[in-house]
Design a protein around this ligand. Sequence first.
Ligand code: C2O
Ligand code: CU
Ligand code: CU
Length: 481
Amino acid sequence: MTTRRGFLGLLAGAAVVGATGFVVVNRPSASGLLTSARLPPPFAVPLPLPTVARPARVTADADYYSVVQRVSDVEILPGVKTQIWGYDGLFPGPLFRLQSGRQAIVQLRNSLDVPTSTHLHGGVTPSSSDGYPTDLVVPGGTKEYVYPLQQRAATLWYHDHRMDYTAPQVWRGLAGMAIVSSPEEENLGLPSGDHDVPLMICDRAFGADGSFVYPAAHHGPGVTEAFANGVLGDVILVNGAPWPVFEVDASLYRFRVLNASNARRYSLSLSQGELVQIGSDSGLLGRPVRHKELPVSPGERFDVVVDFGVFPVGTEVTLLNTLDSGGTGQVMRFKVVRPGKRSALPERLADVSALDGAVTTRTFDFRSSSGDGMTMWTINGSPFSVTDSLAQPKLGTVERWRFSSDFHHPVHLHLAHFQVVKRGAGKPLPSDAGWKDTVDVRPYETVEVLARFDGFKGRYMMHCHNLEHEDMAMMANFDVG
Ligand code: C2O
Ligand code: CU
Ligand code: CU
């Protein structure tokens, strides 16, 4: 058993030369904070709800959608316009309401003047529709993405995944949510309709004219060196609105929380009351888990229920981020404006049996490296290479994957869903429960997961979901065979 101190000691002298000659050094520090020219007032605008995507055509076997990626000007800060790049010109993009087991086919047209690649995060998707970073839709081009959705009901999201430019393209607005439902889940009597609310949380910074500010490197991909650890904004947006207010009745609400930030982590907490987690990245938990504070790293989703029925009408409840103080220490506010129906949450939600039977163990080390005065982020000592493959799991098997790190790295697997079984020498966090596709690996920590490689053979990837790290090469291929 390695103690934390022993592990740090081991790392202190470690400088590993990776396959490419990059020197892997131990150099964690804080991410870079951008400051806006002026801050909008908090709690001054209502929470927007994303536009629901309507299928263009419905057949016996599939729902067909068509989506255009385009530039548009939207009002995010009161009184000024922000130019965004959006799916259908929207930020967040349209909300897809999908059914487990029912195929969705999306005809995507790229009307931007840059290439894109769209990934359905959490989707069990054939490799050809998975949004591989070099599987580009060129300006003016189209692509048909096929999503079989043979998977559990869950909160998914989609976003740009262009090689080297994911972070700036998501920052400009290319992200949205998709909710997969199933009859089993609908029969549980969880809050539904206008009591089932997606919350896409992200941070941004704005120039005086309302434009998004981003510290892009002067030449080529990536960011200026001061932001190599990740870009943080000073304005918190929920569904694209700064610190919004949501009026509720005094009853149960279900919130689908997504951290769509490039690099910001949150620890969510209510100024009064508690967050009851019912689901994770890949669907419902076995039973509800109560949290005073809920850590949420980039890419993760948490399905939570809040009971406003315990508060008198007139109560204001603020959703806080306890990792910060001041503006970024707040996320949004709820106002109880009407009485509501009292109802209770079921104690049993879904069958989630613990995975076992791993056929092999693999280790992946996530670490920064410098070469030519430039930061790169590596996995097992190497920056991403389109041609290399770090693992070849067999379709239908379970493997034990061990992630270690020098920093906060939210590690995400495409295709495969997993269960977190260990953090360091200890148990997973309460918030690690259930089926997941993204897990925050904290500085100098080892996290062990059991992953099941189901669905499709082909090339997939894993990467850090800190989008600046991802663009600076912290990705790897694996091939399911
Ligand atoms: Cu949400 Cu490969 O990412
Ligand atoms: Cu993904
Ligand atoms: Cu990272």
